[in-house]
Ligand binder design. Structure first.
Ligand SMILES: Nc1ncnc2c1ncn2[C@@H]1O[C@H](COP(=O)(O)OP(=O)(O)OP(=O)(O)O)[C@@H](O)[C@H]1O
Ligand SMILES: [Mg+2]
Length: 301
């Protein structure tokens, strides 16, 4: 069974904006799926429809087999949502926010209290359980949103830009945490503008442009279709580039080179050739994010 089955989904807002123009999208149970797209592409609209906040104009949506038209309550139970904006009561205590959410799903208070302990420990907020939400840092607030989204043990967690504005260290912590949740069987769908995030965590990704899916593939395949990789190499001393001509070297300054390779497998050979030409490498790193290149290319077309 699939976690999400969207067929010919159309959304025209009352303003006349055609936000979705016939989207087909399937997310397998257990998948870790990213929705990518520029501002206004339609990502939040899709999430809005999945979670019942936006009414669709046309098409069908099934969540774990439950149609949102005929079986919305059952569909809703399968989903935990983490919206982009903080929308909890800032004057409530952390644990109360999580426990009260369980009430909306008809979960017994005692069970909710017990489960909230485990979840708050897992997101690293147990020490803060009695704190008023407004006293949390931005990153803690975001983790509180995730804890709240998980209290009814949803089969799928949907996150709209979960790491927007989160600092690098915390973002890495969240990647790890989300990967753990996924590994324990929860399907994850997220939107993000950070392509590194997709490379690190996600298995599949759809690129959406002006209300249409323009690319849908495994992240691995997408990365494979990216023709070349540029590396920035810092050398102790600039020498003849004859031996590495095949890699289209571009000299940036007297210590810096940009070099292209077609496949990661060529890296070893490239380094060997540089060494054979007498270069002493003092630094070596990929220039820019690979997926980023592809993404920009698709959006430009
Ligand atoms: N409530 C609304 N009423 C009218 N138009 C809307 C509404 N919500 C979104 N839109 C329009 O629908 C289109 C898609 O918006 P959506 O919020 O789905 O984009 P997005 O991909 O989530 O963008 P972002 O990356 O900026 O969050 C945009 O043109 C937007 O202006
Ligand atoms: Mg959005």
């Amino acid at each position: 069974m699939n976690a999400i089955e969207i067929k010919n989904l159309v959304k025209t807002y009352r303003t006349g904006t055609k936000a979705l123009k016939g989207v087909d999208l399937t997310v397998a149970d257990g998948d870790f799926f990213a929705l990518l797209g520029a501002n206004g592409a339609g990502k939040t609209t899709i999430i809005g429809i999945l979670t019942g906040l936006v009414t669709k104009s046309q098409g069908s949506v099934k969540i774990f087999g439950h149609s949102i038209d005929t079986d919305f309550e059952a569909a809703k139970k399968c989903i935990g949502v983490v919206p982009q904006e903080f929308n909890f009561n800032m004057f409530e205590q952390v644990q109360d926010i999580v426990v009260n959410q369980a009430g909306y799903f008809g979960i017994d208070y005692k069970i909710a209290l017990k489960d909230s302990q485990e979840i708050l420990k897992r997101v690293g907020l147990w020490e803060k359980r009695k704190a008023m939400a407004r006293t949390l840092s931005g990153g803690m607030k975001r983790r509180l949103m995730i804890a709240r989204g998980l209290i009814h043990h949803p089969r799928m967690l949907i996150l709209d830009e979960p790491t927007a504005g989160v600092d690098v260290e915390l973002r890495h912590g969240m990647w790890k945490y989300l990967s753990e949740i996924n590994a324990s069987g929860t399907t994850i769908l997220l939107t993000t503008h950070y392509l590194e995030e997709v490379e690190q965590m996600c298995r599949k990704c759809a690129i959406i442009k002006e209300g249409e899916i323009v690319r849908l593939d495994s992240v691995r395949n997408l990365l494979r279709t990216i023709p070349q990789d540029t590396y920035r190499v810092t050398v102790k001393e600039m020498l003849s580039l004859e031996g590495v001509r095949a890699y289209n070297p571009v000299q940036i300054d007297e210590h810096t080179l940009d070099i292209e390779i077609q496949k990661r497998e060529e890296l070893n050979e490239l380094i060997l050739k540089l060494a054979q030409s007498g270069f002493v490498i003092t630094d070596f790193h990929p220039k820019g994010n690979r997926l980023e290149k592809l993404f920009l290319e698709i959006l430009r077309k």
